[in-house]
Ligand binder design. Structure first.
Ligand SMILES: Cc1cc2nc3c(=O)[nH]c(=O)nc-3n(C[C@H](O)[C@H](O)[C@H](O)COP(=O)(O)OP(=O)(O)OC[C@H]3O[C@@H](n4cnc5c(N)ncnc54)[C@H](O)[C@@H]3O)c2cc1C
Length: 444
């Protein structure tokens, strides 16, 4: 069994990477930084050291369970180190639509899970003193690009307020949105107060440092290249430098599950969708003072959604971009054009950072978690909203692996359910994206 020659890989050339490089961010090493170089026998082995895997490790450590985390790459190489840092308390499926298809009780439980995600981030930040991750509970503003879209998100906010008694959502007028964002591109919007922003790479590195300091070994540059059921009720994981025998395994590899054959069956649960981001140079002081005055995260209502925020006086702008591959430069010019269309004043501000990564989309637009057999638990498919949810779901994966029954509402899944015609996912995604772009363009 040979290790893939393209692993480990360097971090994406993101603003987060540059910020982490300029200022030495960790008081202690993130982890041993070294690959696994011996054999281990543990209760639970976790594959993947993003938010999912590390929050699972933290939950296990708190229960006194002997565990280890293995990642093919440096900490934060995956989506957890390169995302937009929008901390949100929602799923891609709206709560009214969940209530109409699955009943009010399920909608209430899903609503609780969504807000528990934000609490999970806050409590990890507090517990490990992660000030450098700069979690700011400033809220998230959903900006409507048409009257029709505004009517739809206002109706949803009313329903959540009246039916779920959630007062954290409020409607903002066109003038308020213009004042907040500095853009004339929106007709109104809805503010969700229980949301905010974070520095994603600092957060994941802080989690890794935190669990390492509590005695959980986190091995970087350690691809799991083989996973087999073994005797003595164990699973045997093989990495290039050693093997791990574990009673239980948690697979937390999400949209990067196809890095090796050992985890690729989990990739077939998902349709990976490329998500791209740009960050400008520092804004001129006058613009900095006028754009996004409340420092929230901002999303819009187009199907091919864009989102934006400010970090240290720079504009960050992200969007779904199904047309390129990770690492390719396609899509960034279109993203910059979309940014300038909303913020014409940015036309002459250079873009300094461009990066992308894969988000794990699922057919039902919800995360999936469960057991693929009696010794293996999986959690994946955050549909581009995993900062808060993966921080929570990782803890629930730990509970599931120990035989507990955490509240998962619609996220629970029995066994794996591969996406049909998975091999056709790339052309399929391009087709759907082109259709969405057409609908957005005609304002449908
Ligand atoms: C560009 C972008 C922007 C995003 N913006 C936001 C946002 O603003 N807000 C939000 O909520 N969500 C956002 N997301 C989604 C969010 O980042 C993810 O949902 C979340 O980080 C998933 O965390 P994870 O731990 O499950 O997976 P990851 O962080 O991707 O970690 C998986 C890890 O598994 C490792 N791995 C894979 N296979 C193996 C193997 N065989 N052996 C060992 N290790 C393996 C990988 O190296 C990787 O480090 C964004 C995603 C991207 C890509």
């Amino acid at each position: 069994m040979r290790a893939p020659t393209n692993l480990p890989r360097p971090h994406a050339a993101s603003l987060w990477r540059a910020m982490a490089g300029r200022v030495p961010t960790m008081d202690a090493p993130v982890s041993t930084g070294a690959p696994l170089a011996r054999d281990l026998d543990v209760e639970v082995a976790i594959i993947g050291a993003g938010y999912s895997g590390l929050s699972a490790a933290h939950a296990l450590q708190q229960r006194g369970v002997d565990c280890v985390v293995l990642d093919a790459n440096p900490i934060g190489w995956g989506a957890s180190g390169r995302n937009g840092g929008v901390v949100s308390s929602k799923f891609r499926l709206s709560f009214p639509s969940i209530a109409s298809s699955h009943g009010l009780d399920v909608a209430i439980r899903m609503h609780r899970l969504a807000h528990d995600g934000v609490r999970a981030v806050q409590s990890l930040i507090d517990e490990f003193n992660l000030e450098r991750a700069r979690f700011e509970h400033t809220g998230s503003l959903r900006c409507a690009h048409t009257e029709r879209a505004l009517a739809s998100i206002c109706a949803e906010a009313d329903w959540v307020r009246n039916t779920l008694k959630d007062t954290s959502m409020s409607v903002l007028t066109r003038a308020q949105i213009e004042h907040e964002t500095g853009s004339k591109g929106f007709v109104g919007g809805v503010l969700s107060a229980d949301a905010g922003t974070i520095l994603p790479l600092e957060y994941v590195r802080g989690l890794a440092a935190g669990v390492t300091a509590r005695g959980v070994p986190v091995y970087e540059s350690t691809p799991v290249i083989d996973m087999q059921r073994a005797d003595n009720a164990r699973v045997l994981l093989r990495a290039p430098g050693g093997a791990v025998r574990a009673k239980q395994v948690i697979v937390a590899t999400n949209a990067y599950s196809n890095l090796t054959d050992a985890t690729s069956q989990y990739h077939r649960e998902l349709v990976p969708f490329r998500s791209a981001m740009i960050a400008t140079a520092s804004l001129p002081p006058e613009l900095d003072a006028r754009l996004m005055v409340n420092g929230r995260s901002y999303t819009e209502t187009r199907r091919m959604m864009k989102w934006f925020r400010k970090v240290d006086g720079r504009m960050l702008f992200g969007g779904r971009d199904a047309f390129g591959k990770e690492g390719e430069l396609t899509g960034f010019d279109a993203l910059q054009r979309a940014m300038v269309a909303l913020f014409p004043d940015l036309a002459h501000v250079p873009v300094q950072y461009r990066w992308s990564g894969y988000v794990g989309m699922t057919f039902n637009a919800l995360p999936h978690m469960g057991r693929s057999d009696d010794r293996t638990t999986f959690c994946l498919g955050y549909n581009g909203a995993g900062v808060a949810m993966a921080s929570l779901i990782g803890q629930h994966a730990a509970a599931l692996a120990l035989g507990e029954k955490p509240e998962l509402a619609m996220l629970a899944q029995e066994g794996l359910r591969p996406v049909p015609f998975h091999a056709l996912r790339a052309p399929g995604v391009r087709l759907v994206a082109a259709w969405y772009q057409f609908l957005d363009a005609v304002g449908a």
